[in-house]
Design a binder for this molecule. Sequence first.
Ligand code: NZQ
Ligand code: ZN
Length: 384
Amino acid sequence: MLNFTFSNKTRVHFGENQISQVTNEIPLSAKVLLTYGGGSIKKNGVYDQVIEALAKHTVFEFSGIEPNPSYETSMKAVALVKQENIDYILAVGGGSVVDASKFIAAAAEFNGEPWDILAKGAKVESAVALGVVLTLPATGSESNGGAVISKLATKDKLAFMSEFVLPQFAVLDPSVMNSLPARQLSNGVVDAFIHTTEQYLTYSVNAKIQDRFAEGILHTLIEEGPKLFTDEKNNDVNANVMWSATQALNGLIGSGVPQDWATHMIGHEITITFGLDHAQTLAIVLPRLLWEMRETKQDKLLQYASRIWGINEGDTESRIKLAIEKTEQFFHSVQMKTRFSDYQLGEEVVEVIVSQLERHGLTQLGEKQLITLDHSRNILKQSL
Ligand code: NZQ
Ligand code: ZN
């Protein structure tokens, strides 16, 4: 196992009717900015519950945070935070609202050009306090210190990490998932699955706890994910999927193990240039990336084949091939497509994405920095 320091201070309130916890989580003296997206929270009752919980607080609102949140929109909220001396941000939404709120929280207290936090890795030294009411389980953003922001003007989708933007608390009420459209349920299951593989399908460092936890998340998503699309869907199913997504990216399974993240890096370039949803890009890239890198990932791929899919027969290549096929079939079972052609995209994507990767310096990706532009090009070509 590799050395690590692990800490996760986000207090999680999990279960039905937990939105009321917001009342006590945020000091009454705070000036609160409620941030949200395009209005789904007004249709499913979440907004009303939040407003009720904040009945005695001073509340401002900022809405219109878009999926794949933009720097441009976020900076409008930064101005509001400064103008009103906001000292608590409550993000109510999916990963996009949470990520934008993290950036807003950091940018409002940043001396200098806030884009440098994303583009130059400028150090965040403080941030406005942040709480979350999660409405879409997928990203794990509700209890991690990461955020991904897009600058539309220059086609950059970039991430930053800071302990200062780790949410102080997160409310996870699985019943809020009942209003999610199928497309977002698919996105959630696949994003959580691939967060797990990014930290599991690398090379072995004999980290048994992390491996078994990761396998537990994968098994849960494989068992419960497809039920979201059938009559078996209920709040137990929601709860198991929701908790899987949080556990997949709250730092626990990634502690003390090598991490890949190449699928995410390539995926972000696809979203910013061709507009596919985050998880849609991952489901296209992952199967071909695993095959392309099968030699350096061999031991973990064989472990994955055996422990997740029960594949123990045949030679190494055929076992790995079958495990990747099963993975792709699983994505299909949660209504997720796995090819560019499914989105009417063809050959034209390959060089556009390769040049984006090059422009962002993403020329040596993966746990061993072995994924060169030639590998990325081949992965993209094989994914058409
Ligand atoms: O905007 P509203 O009207 O709320 O609608 C949203 C949005 O259109 C809707 N939605 C959310 N909860 C709903 C709902 N509709 C009905 N009922 C509900 N309960 O769903 C749509 C998508 O929401 P979004 O927040 O964009 O989705 P997701 O949670 O998948 O977040 C994706 C973003 O997170 C980033 C991605 O790159 C992308 O920008 N990621 C963040 C990570 C992190 N911070 O750790 C890691 C991830 O790998 C990822 O990169
Ligand atoms: Zn992701």
